[in-house]
Design a binder for this molecule. Structure first.
Ligand SMILES: C[S@@+](CC[C@H](N)C(=O)[O-])C[C@H]1O[C@@H](n2cnc3c(N)ncnc32)[C@H](O)[C@@H]1O
Ligand SMILES: Nc1nc2[nH]cc(C(=O)O)c2c(=O)[nH]1
Ligand code: SF4
Ligand SMILES: [Mg+2]
Length: 208
């Protein structure tokens, strides 16, 4: 194993695709400022994924978590870990350092891997091809199901039966199919008001 491999395994370095200060565009914290850290690597393979460039971890620079944390906390105390699939990685040292700096840590995950590290807010966006682990259903704070076609409403209800009873429920239109599916989601939420609409508002606002 190389030094890089050991540091990755220990979670002291991570493949970072990008990191940026923006406004959370989706879900419960829509409209609030946060610093996003996008970790490369995902093996879930959603055909409509809007960050396919994130999938191959090997093309992203390996960065020391100390440097990532220093930059992140200079912008915000709210940090969103995303990817790629962030739970593929050892997040213990990164989240430990962020907590020591007084941060609130959010994660965007498919739940295909178990939770690790200290996370304050878990947004679970389950995928049919790689269903979430039981511990993620048990600890998620919001369930955000992407609606690409009619069957996704059925999938959403199945996932809602598996998630803990305190989780907030969101339906989010898949971006390329939004004109077709957004009216159907509006109709569905009016008939089933335990569900809420989540839009990718950052795309409408033209921000990262
Ligand atoms: C790019 S993913 C990264 C985190 C993790 N892999 C996941 O899927 O939750 C971030 C969020 O964007 C959502 N997403 C990805 N592509 C989308 C699309 N084309 N339309 C709407 N939402 C999308 C995902 O479901 C997830 O909630
Ligand atoms: N503004 C903004 N909000 C987001 N919420 C979840 C995102 C993600 O890609 O995980 C995302 C993103 O990429 N940008
Ligand atoms: S799990 Fe997330 S990052 Fe991976 S392919 Fe699906 S949407 Fe993209
Ligand atoms: Mg995104």
């Amino acid at each position: 194993m190389t030094g890089n491999d050991i540091n990755l395994e220990m979670g002291l370095s991570l493949p970072i695709m990008e990191h940026f200060y923006t406004i959370q565009g989706e879900g419960r914290y829509t409209g609030t400022a946060a610093y996003f850290i996008r970790i490369g690597g995902c093996d879930v393979g959603c055909h409509w994924c809007d960050v396919k460039e994130s999938w191959n971890a090997n093309i992203h620079p390996i960065k020391k978590i100390d440097d990532i944390v220093k930059t992140a906390i200079s912008f915000s105390k709210t940090i969103v870990l995303t990817g790629g699939e962030p739970l593929m990685w050892n997040l213990v040292p990164l989240t430990q350092k962020l907590k020591e700096s007084g941060c609130n840590i959010h994660i965007e995950t498919s739940g295909a891997y178990s939770i690790n590290g200290q996370i304050d807010w878990i947004c679970l966006s389950p995928k049919k091809t790689s269903l979430p682990k039981e511990d993620v259903y048990a600890s998620a704070h919001e369930l955000k199901v992407i609606v690409y076609n009619q069957h996704d409403f059925k999938f959403a209800e199945e996932q809602a039966l598996k998630i803990n009873k305190n989780a907030l429920l969101y339906l989010q239109p898949e971006w390329s199919n939004r004109e077709k599916m957004t009216p159907k989601i509006i109709d569905y939420v009016m008939k089933n008001p335990q569900w809420h609409i989540s839009l990718q508002t950052h795309k409408y606002l033209n921000i990262p």
